[in-house]
Write a protein of this length. Structure first.
Length: 122
């Protein structure tokens, strides 16, 4: 193996590396289980900063906003999650809960519930 300036490769990311795919989400889940919502939110913000096209990260952050009763922010994240992945059933279901339970938009909520069930009938 030859070594030289052109032979350098970027270091590979590992599961232990917090910048690797999914690691931030795993860390956020652990913090959420501990009830540490503010730190969970910070981790999810970082995950979204690194990968702004991660529908699951937006969905997870939306869930944290719901737990903090920040429903407008949650709706924004569920909407973004659905925009990124129109087959993300959990985001439709979560959005439906806010529409029916908080915003009193029953018809819209039922549409989202039906979409979620259609995508994931189990």
């Amino acid at each position: 193996m030859m070594s030289g300036c052109g032979d350098k490769q970027a270091p590979k990311k590992t599961a232990a590396d917090p910048s690797s795919d999914g690691s931030y989400l795993q860390q956020a889940v652990a913090l959420d289980h501990q009830g540490n919502l503010d730190d969970t939110l910070q981790i999810l913000n970082k995950a979204i900063q690194i990968n702004p096209n991660d529908a699951k990260a937006y969905g997870a952050r939306g869930d944290i906003y719901v737990k903090k009763h920040e429903f407008d922010e949650a709706m924004e994240d569920f909407n973004k999650s659905i925009t990124l992945d129109s087959n993300f059933a959990a985001a439709y279901a979560a959005r439906g809960l806010i529409e029916t339970g908080v915003k009193n938009q029953v018809d819209q909520g039922l549409e989202d519930f039906n979409k979620a069930i259609g995508l994931n009938p189990n």
